[in-house]
Design a protein around this ligand. Structure first.
Ligand SMILES: [Fe+2]
Length: 318
């Protein structure tokens, strides 16, 4: 695999307050250097025999590879982020930013604050679209190797000192202001339009009990917080509960293999929520049995560990 150079498209002579000399030095030395490093590392990795090379040598090269790859990609995005009138945010981009940050002004203040936080240090400030959540987020990356998994950065501000010292010395604030003035929003919006077409990770499917009504741990927590009457039954198998010290507060444990012994305690006028260890097996089977007996029963997805992962209150299980 050989990585190829991306040309510089941002028309350095048109930038407001940033000189071509700075952009040329940045492009040639830092972007070019990252690409060169990336190809050298890739070549070294390809020539290694993974069976005989010490593990620490391979790991070090792989760490260096991800830093050099991110450095290359982010520099390409940085240069592609410049060259426009940063004050004019096109409608679609302004709507998306307002949706996710409250207003363009709030977004701008946060973005600049993050950049100021990196002044004198190293790193990147990125506007990133996360397909999983279908939203934009400002990212503070304090080195080249940080990234949001699955995130698609659409705007990048380079806060390494090499990005500004030629024009601004060590004074980052006017550099940040110049960057903001030169953002090419039409290109950012184009990247946003592409990013929103990326499908979020497909949801995990629980096919066996797919049709059975369920509630998430968040929904159950909200019901409890609102004081909604609900009967919560912990249906973890008996052998499992013997090694578990805790149980969801507000739940009672009932043996899923002896439903007939406790079903008479339940009310048909209040909903019943069942759950098990992970929330997709015993709790579901019990919910099916309860529904067949005429109860308004559903199961809690995520189960005992989902509840604990949400930091839901637990009590000692006796
Ligand atoms: Fe840079």
């Amino acid at each position: 695999m050989r990585y190829h150079l991306a040309p510089l498209f941002c028309r350095p002579w048109t930038l407001n307050g940033i000189t071509p000399r700075l952009i040329e030095s940045h492009y040639e030395n830092n972007y070019g250097g990252a690409l060169h490093r990336l190809n050298a590392i890739t070549e070294a990795l390809e020539s290694l025999d993974s069976g005989t090379t010490p593990v620490d040598v391979i790991c070090r090269l792989k760490r260096d590879e991800s830093a050099a790859l991110n450095c290359t990609l982010l520099h390409e995005l940085y240069f592609a982020s410049l060259g426009g009138d940063g004050r004019v945010v096109p409608d679609m981009m302004a709507d998306a930013i307002t949706r996710d940050f409250g207003s363009v002004d709030r977004w701008r203040k946060e973005f600049i604050a993050l950049a100021n936080g990196l002044a004198g240090g190293v790193g990147w400030v990125l506007l990133t679209y996360v397909p999983r959540d279908r939203r934009l987020i400002n990212q503070y990356a304090s080195d080249d190797s940080q990234s949001i998994a699955g995130g698609i950065p659409i705007l990048a501000l380079d806060m390494y000192e090499h990005a500004y010292h030629v024009d601004f010395g060590a004074n980052a604030a006017p550099y940040i202001a110049s960057f903001m003035r030169n953002i090419e929003w039409n290109a950012v919006q184009g990247r946003y339009e592409d990013a929103v077409k990326v499908a979020p990770p497909r949801p995990l499917e629980q096919k066996q009990f797919g049709d059975l009504p369920s509630l998430t741990v968040e929904q159950v927590a909200a019901m409890l917080a609102a004081g909604t009457p609900v009967q919560i039954i912990d249906n973890r198998p008996r052998h499992y509960t013997t090694r578990s010290p805790d149980i969801m507060a507000g739940a009672v444990w009932r043996d899923p293999e002896r439903i007939e012994e406790w079903i008479g305690e339940l009310s048909k006028t209040e909903p019943v929520v069942t759950y098990c260890v992970y929330g997709f097996h015993t709790g579901c089977e019990t919910a099916v049995a309860l529904r067949n007996a005429g109860f308004d029963a559903s199961y809690m997805t995520g189960g005992h560990y989902g509840w604990k992962a949400l930091k839901g209150p637990v009590k000692l299980f006796e």
